[in-house]
Ligand binder design. Structure first.
Ligand SMILES: Cc1cc2nc3c(=O)[nH]c(=O)nc-3n(C[C@H](O)[C@H](O)[C@H](O)COP(=O)(O)OP(=O)(O)OC[C@H]3O[C@@H](n4cnc5c(N)ncnc54)[C@H](O)[C@@H]3O)c2cc1C
Length: 241
């Protein structure tokens, strides 16, 4: 029922939300699967909240059934950024929009609709912890960049040390305690292994706080289960598929 209501809400929003044309300002190929793209756009004039997302498409790009290839992407930049809107794209093999992202170059135009301020929004009344994996860091970057006074803990799961997206910037956030968990590299300089119940227990000590989770489905399911067993009940989830 909740899911149906959410779908209806999104459909209604799609009908009333404004459409924009955005142009690529710069591209950082973090690795062969991750492209961080900045689009020229004044977000401060856009009513988006930290954790919100936009719909993107390219004019005339249809899938095999003739349907416009339109996808949701979290905004990673601060909601006050006047110069650009940043998206952290994961390129999925055989992904239809991923193919468009792979071919993007400076100056290219995409269409955008938004903002979508769904259920994964950081509000003033929240007292957050963050648990993320991979590109799940994208909406959290917007939350951190938009709230420089935040003092909290971020647990971030990656496969190898090289997969630490936004490393330099995250390390510069002095008030954010970072627990980096590396699952597929034995000689890592961070915590070896996945985000386990023990990691959550050792680092998230206040069960009254809100926990924001974003990452692959398996990680989300396991983390929700572990957090509930540890006594957390204010859990916010951004599930992408
Ligand atoms: C609220 C929200 C926020 C999001 N934020 C982000 C974000 O910040 N960054 C991000 O990268 N993504 C984000 N996503 C996910 C994004 O919307 C897309 O789902 C994702 O980029 C994949 O789209 P695609 O068109 O490339 O893949 P699709 O074409 O939709 O394919 C989906 C999957 O199926 C596989 N597939 C497709 N065709 C075939 C085939 N013929 N054979 C085998 N496998 C196939 C693809 O490999 C892929 O893994 C978000 C989603 C939501 C709902």
């Amino acid at each position: 029922m909740r899911k149906q209501t959410a779908v209806v809400e999104i459909l209604l929003l799609k009908m009333v939300l404004k459409k924009y044309e955005i142009h690529v300002k710069s591209i950082e190929d973090f690795n062969e699967n991750i492209r961080i793209v900045k689009f020229r756009f004044d977000i401060s004039s856009f009513d988006i909240l930290p954790g919100g997302f936009v719909m993107l498409w390219k004019e005339g790009y249809l899938d095999e059934r003739g349907i416009l290839i339109k996808r949701a992407y979290s905004v990673a930049s601060s909601v006050e950024n006047k110069n650009y809107l940043e998206i952290c794209f994961k390129i999925e093999e055989s992904g239809r929009f991923s193919k468009i992202v792979k071919e993007l170059k400076k100056g290219d135009k995409l269409n955008m609709q938004g903002p979508f301020n769904g259920h994964f929004i950081l509000k003033k009344e929240h007292d957050p912890y963050f648990v993320v994996a991979g590109t799940g860091i994208a909406p959290i970057m917007s939350m951190l960049r938009s709230n420089d006074k935040l003092e909290t803990t971020l647990i971030y799961g990656i496969k190898t040390d090289k997969d630490y997206i936004y490393k330099k910037e995250l390390e510069s956030f002095q008030k954010i305690k970072k627990i980096i968990c590396v699952s597929r590299q034995d000689d890592t300089s961070y915590n070896k292994g996945r985000i386990t119940k023990q990691i959550l227990k050792d680092n998230l000590t206040n069960t009254y706080k809100d926990v924001f989770i974003c990452g692959p489905n398996e990680m989300i399911t396991q983390t929700i289960k572990n957090l509930k067993e540890l006594g957390f009940n204010k859990i916010h989830v951004d599930k992408w598929s």
